[in-house]
Design a protein around this ligand. Structure first.
Ligand code: AMP
Length: 523
């Protein structure tokens, strides 16, 4: 029996909990008490209000996620009133100990109590205070008015001189354009580094989240431990390198005693480089996550090997590698090179194959949505291609090393796949099944451009400007109108107005069936 409870495997040094931050909510503005907790094993949290433990419900609940080794989140209130005022105590405990910290939360005044303290100062002092307040308010109004006029006049103008919600800029014909920061005295939307978890665009501070695909994990502290299969190191024979990801190198390997019918089989193994605390925890979380996700269009995960170094994850081997590379290799410009000389074309993908690829990714996404799993990083680089044009969603960690230009680095090490992200994810850190649908629209675009980078002609700041202003990618030259209509349905600004992934899958499947296979490129 190879089953092993990975949660109980202690690769990490135990650390007692520390409450790094517990922020007082800003009166009237905040509906959340922010906290940051550190410790290993992951601390369990409890909240107390006026010495009584808070039982979470629709009105008060904890939302949290991992940021590096820290558990960050909010005790969130829905429409808090004066009844919610008072001391809040956070208790964090793990096997190593328990700590508490208290903060005062003041949300609204009690309507039955006088709002202002009884008057005590001399009358002329009061009048002076009022005059200053009125003066300051007047100054602020003038300042705001000037800002408003300036922003309306210049701030919304893009370098393409387009206004309106859905202007389209070319995805293929435009030539590459350099990054612009300064713009002749105009207020230019520019991107500034605003610390580890925020980016400022124009006047907007955008929060960002690292390792977003693990965020969901934080919501589920009390879920039953996941059984991750354990594979013995002596059963894995490395054959050759397949690629490199954020975790480390990926190898083709033979694995013994994995299948009940074959004594050995080909697998892809991911090794964990630099196994520091943070990387080990990511490794452990990805293993648990993958064990729980099983579907025909999600790459099959066999288990982990943790007896010794490096740590290894074992996956089914997908012969043709990642979908982005595959698309590029089967585009109009791709050639097989022999001794540096073009020999023959790889064979261009046809419409039916493109639809087949898209339908399979949509199937995987229907499954993810049914599991309430939000991927947050769907892109062709994170899909894999096997025999017979079998396509699966293949990466729940990060492929950020080799495709680093697809990610936008903010605040030092946070990388965001902005070119695949909808406005609400860029601006408000909102990720949902609907934001995954937006990314699917971008995947369709990638498929129909044979793997081009979305907005390849623009720098990251310009991409952010375009997406947040409501521009969308142009129809690729070979893309039928019906397919582009699906892309547009994925790129509706309002998340609720976007197409549903189930409907997308059905439509793509029907289109694929109605399209003759005129070019068979793969055996
Ligand atoms: P990743 O760490 O998942 O980003 O993988 C890095 C690269 O290794 C990918 O871009 C693929 O080319 C290759 N690769 C990853 N997983 C597999 C797999 N299961 N089968 C074949 N190649 C893979």
């Amino acid at each position: 029996m190879y089953a092993l409870i990975v949660s109980n495997v202690s690769f990490l040094t135990a650390v007692p909990p520390v409450i790094v931050k517990l922020a007082e909510p800003e009166q009237r503005l905040d509906t959340c008490i922010e906290f940051t907790v550190w410790g290993y094993p992951q601390p369990q949290l409890r909240w107390f209000h006026k010495q009584k433990e808070i039982i979470e419900n629709d009105y008060i609940r904890t939302e949290m996620g991992f940021y590096q080794d820290y558990l960050e989140g909010c005790l969130t209130f829905q429409n808090p009133t004066h009844i919610n005022n008072g001391n809040y105590t956070l208790e964090a405990s793990n096997a190593m100990g328990t700590v508490t910290k208290t903060v005062y939360g003041h949300f609204l005044e009690n309507p039955d109590e006088p709002v202002t303290p009884p008057h005590s100062g001399p009358p002329d002092e009061d009048t002076f205070g009022v005059s200053i307040a009125v003066g300051l308010a007047g100054f602020a109004c003038v300042l705001l008015l000037v800002l408003f006029v300036l922003i309306n006049k210049y701030g919304r103008r893009s370098k393409f001189g387009m206004k309106g919600p859905v202007a389209v800029i070319s995805g293929e014909e435009d030539s590459a354009s350099p990054l612009h920061h300064v713009n002749h005295g105009i207020i230019t939307p520019c991107t500034l580094d605003a610390g580890p978890d925020a980016v400022v665009i124009g006047m907007t501070r955008i929060p960002v989240v690292e390792n977003p695909q693990y965020f969901r994990h934080g919501h589920n502290c009390n879920k039953p431990a996941t059984l991750v299969q354990h594979i013995k190191r002596r059963d894995i024979i490395l054959k050759r390198e397949l690629g490199e990801g954020a975790f480390g190198k990926v190898f083709l390997a033979e694995c013994y005693n994995l299948s009940p019918t074959k004594d050995k089989m080909l697998v892809a193994v991911k090794t964990l480089k630099d196994p520091n605390l943070s990387a080990r925890k990511d490794f452990q979380r990805e293993a648990e996550l993958l064990t729980n996700l099983q579907h025909d269009h999600i790459v099959k995960f066999y288990g982990v090997c943790v007896d010794g170094d490096p740590l290894i994850m074992v996956f089914e081997y997908m012969k043709h590698g990642d979908l982005n590379k595959f698309l590029r290799a089967h585009g109009p410009d791709a050639m097989i090179l022999v001794d540096g000389q073009p020999l023959q074309s790889n064979g261009e993908l046809g419409l039916s194959q493109m639809l087949h690829i898209a339908t399979q990714i949509a199937s995987g996404m229907v499954y993810l949505a049914s599991q309430h799993f939000v991927h947050r990083d769907l892109a062709t680089r994170n899909c894999l291609v096997g025999n017979g044009l079998l396509v699966k969603i293949g990466d729940f960690g990060m492929s950020r090393d080799i495709y680093s230009s697809d990610y936008y680095r903010v605040g030092g090490h946070t990388m965001l796949p902005i070119r695949w992200m909808p406005p609400e994810s860029i601006m408000y850190r909102k990720f949902s099944t609907e934001s995954d649908v937006w990314s699917f629209g971008v995947i369709l675009w990638e498929i129909f451009t044979y793997g081009k980078q979305p907005w390849f002609q623009l720098g990251n700041n310009e991409v952010i400007e375009c997406i947040t202003q409501g521009r969308v990618l142009e129809r690729p030259r070979i893309c039928p109108k019906e397919v582009y209509d699906i892309m547009l349905g994925c790129w509706q600004r309002e998340p609720q107005q976007r197409l549903n992934i189930k409907d997308i899958q059905k439509v793509l499947f029907a289109m694929g069936k109605a399209t003759p296979v005129y070019l068979d490129i793969l055996g």
